[in-house]
Design a binder for this molecule. Structure first.
Ligand code: AHG
Ligand code: MN
Ligand code: MN
Length: 347
């Protein structure tokens, strides 16, 4: 696909590759695109827009404080997708339970899952933030929670929008990972990064270092080797980068390579990790694998995991092949020593 193509044209050309396609998926993507442009417009006004920044004074099911923009972005996703008849039900970080399409609207064949606003702690400091989404085919016209609990390999599309210096949408439908930049003058996403490929070797890693005392041994071993730089086993110097918004941290890895991790640690062990499988780990893992990278919990490929709960959390480590091989080798050694399961046959 040619650089300069609009997202709509890209989707229609993709649709033409599938002679049985009805166009419903393309229309769903169009609705997602509109929601994201509306969120981008609110984000770009910053403090000038009334009641966009700041705290909402409420909490979500995960016990996290909700920001106004978390709620606004969630509403925009619901509003744009509820009436068109393309989705059968939705699931969001900001809603305790699945969202059923009200009876006055037709139900479609897709399940839409999203983190409406990722990196909420960056909102009030004018930092990079994003939206993450994942699309599954609904196994039933009247889906229940269980229908959302499917391994990431079943995703038919995943993507994120980064509200950074420029607004970008990066998507995969299983045919590579492609990046589109929003041209603010014409209001269209334009293909600027076709078939993104994560460099196999890199010298950056991304992890919240303040949790170091709580990490498992293999994560500590990996990081210590990087800290040792050219005097250690890596024989080169590394740089640490941590934005605190997964969308931005993963976007950097797609472009420049490296390793991103939010591992399980003693602080988050009881809840299974920090990041959520359905709307953070799975879509990012799909995008990373389609760009030639690896996405793991440390012990298992993320996309193979069958979730058991809607807001389930898991450990995440993803990025460049050679960085991940080092990290996974350390996990394999630790698994053998501690009688833990390790599923990566390639290591
Ligand atoms: P969200 O804003 O959707 O709750 O997600 C924030 C996530 C993720 O984007 C980021 O990598 C991580 O939380 C940051 O967590 P810490 O503040 O613990 O570093
Ligand atoms: Mn998030
Ligand atoms: Mn969020």
């Amino acid at each position: 696909m040619q650089i300069g193509t609009t997202l709509s044209q890209y989707l229609i050309e993709e649709q033409r590759q599938h002679p049985t396609a009805t166009g419903e998926f393309t229309m769903l993507m169009n609705d997602i695109e509109v929601a994201c442009k509306q969120i981008a417009a609110a984000v770009k006004k910053g403090q000038l827009a009334p009641n966009v920044l700041g705290s909402a004074g409420t909490g979500n099911i995960q016990g996290e404080e909700q920001k106004n923009l978390d709620i606004i972005a969630n509403k925009l996703f619901l509003q744009n997708n509820v009436w068109r008849g393309h989705v059968a039900a939705m699931c969001s970080e900001e809603m305790d339970e699945i969202y059923q399409i009200p009876p006055e609207y037709p139900r479609g064949k897709y399940l839409l899952i999203f983190d409406p606003l990722d990196g909420s702690s960056n909102i009030d400091i004018n930092g990079p933030i994003g939206t993450i989404f994942s699309i599954l085919r609904s196994p039933s016209p009247n889906p229940v929670e269980e229908d959302f609990l499917r391994p990431g390999v079943e995703q038919i599309c995943a993507g994120y929008v980064l509200y950074g210096s420029a607004t970008m949408m990066v998507i995969t439908t299983g045919h590579g990972t492609h990046g589109f930049t929003l041209d603010p003058d014409i209001g269209e996403f334009i293909l600027t990064h076709a078939d993104m490929k994560i460099p196999e070797t890199a010298s950056e890693y991304s992890i919240n270092h303040s949790n170091r005392r709580e990490w498992e041994a293999p994560v500590l071993e990996y990081v210590k080797a990087r800290e040792a730089g050219k005097n250690g086993v890596c024989k080169k110097n590394y740089t640490l980068r941590w934005v605190g918004a997964m969308v931005m941290d993963v976007h950097r890895i797609l472009l420049r390579g490296g390793m991103f991790s939010y591992p399980i640690d003693e602080r988050t062990r009881a809840q299974g990790g920090r990041l959520r499988i359905l709307y953070e780990a799975n879509p990012m893992a799909f995008l990373v694998e389609q760009a030639g990278g690896i996405a793991s919990t440390g012990y298992q490929r993320i996309l193979d995991i069958k979730p058991t709960k809607l807001h389930q959390r898991i450990p995440v480590m993803l990025g460049s092949k050679n960085e991940l091989y080092d990290l996974l080798k350390a996990h394999k050694k630790y698994a053998l020593e501690n009688n833990l399961e390790f599923h990566h046959k390639e290591i």
